[in-house]
Design a protein around this ligand. Structure first.
Ligand SMILES: C[C@@]1(CC(=O)O)C2=NC(=C\c3[nH]c(c(CCC(=O)O)c3CC(=O)O)Cc3[nH]c(c(CC(=O)O)c3CCC(=O)O)/C=C3\N/C(=C\2)[C@@H](CCC(=O)O)[C@]3(C)CC(=O)O)/[C@H]1CCC(=O)O
Ligand SMILES: NC(=O)c1ccc[n+]([C@@H]2O[C@H](COP(=O)([O-])OP(=O)(O)OC[C@H]3O[C@@H](n4cnc5c(N)ncnc54)[C@H](O)[C@@H]3O)[C@@H](O)[C@H]2O)c1
Length: 197
């Protein structure tokens, strides 16, 4: 079995500046993914043409700027993350070269080998978020697994998280004592597993 060496992190995209180049199907998919995770994401979308569903989507988001023009290097200025999603492969490679020279992290939608990061398929239950990667092997399986988990994880999980958060804030004692108490309280969640060993 080959391993997945991607290191997952959760970005605060409302305090990073994200550039998406391309406003077609894929631009729309990536922008939807960003906004469904973070409605206040700070986004700039540069494209020569925008699909109507993308224009309709972003109109309710005040932190999204749409700029209708061909990509130019200056678009990278001040950006932290870039997604190159045009239908022009050579242009996507040029954007990658420029981003690399500016040390801006980039996702090139048509070339996994040029990506510094991949987008994941995301399960959301209130505060709980699970990101899935298939190492780029099958985004369709990532999507299906998301649907399965979204269905089978109970909505009440979020209430459990909120309760544990309250308890966490009320605990006194040193770090080790707090960890021990939180582990004891949640032991029931893995009880069967614990008893097996
Ligand atoms: C998870 C998700 C997140 C998101 O995009 O939000 C995502 N792709 C999704 C869907 C999807 N993408 C594609 C199909 C059609 C079926 C197929 O081709 O397989 C479907 C399925 C559908 O739409 O039903 C086509 C496709 N995708 C990539 C290429 C290029 C290539 O592989 O060369 C091509 C071929 C283009 C072509 O042939 O022209 C590449 C990538 N897609 C990734 C993520 C990264 C790897 C994630 C991982 O590790 O699994 C990676 C590497 C880079 C990136 O894009 O970040 C999202 C799930 C949405 C959800 O959760 O509902
Ligand atoms: N990673 C993924 O999830 C994924 C999924 C499907 C397809 N793809 C790949 O993504 C690419 C884009 O596909 P699409 O369906 O969105 O294409 P599309 O034709 O729907 O959209 C292309 C977009 O690129 C813009 N564009 C073209 N030249 C430009 C320029 N010089 N400056 C700025 N914008 C420019 C167009 O205006 C348009 O908005 C394809 O190469 C496809 O193979 C990736």
């Amino acid at each position: 079995m080959s391993d997945n060496h991607l290191f997952p992190v959760f970005f605060k995209v409302d305090r990073l500046n994200v550039l998406v180049v391309g406003g077609g199907h894929v631009g729309h998919e990536k922008v939807s993914a960003l906004l469904s995770n973070c409605p206040t994401a700070s986004l700039t979308i540069v494209a020569t043409e925008f699909r109507p569903e993308l224009t309709a989507l972003v109109k309710d988001y005040p932190h999204v700027e749409m700029v209708q023009k061909p990509f130019s290097c200056g678009d990278l200025f001040g950006k932290d993350l870039v997604i190159a999603a045009t239908n022009d492969h050579d242009l996507n490679v040029t954007i990658w070269e420029k981003a690399r020279s500016c040390k801006v992290l980039i996702n090139v939608a048509d070339t996994p080998d040029l990506c510094d990061f991949y987008l994941g398929s995301v399960v959301q239950k209130g505060n709980l978020k699970i990101a899935i990667s298939t190492n780029g092997k099958s985004p369709t399986i990532a999507k299906r697994l998301k649907q399965v988990l979204q269905e089978c994880l109970p909505d009440s999980l979020d209430a459990v998280l909120e309760k544990l958060h309250l308890i966490r804030n009320r605990l006194s004692g040193d770090f080790a004592a707090k960890v021990a108490k939180l582990n004891a309280l949640t032991d029931v969640l893995v009880e069967e597993e614990t008893h097996k060993h």
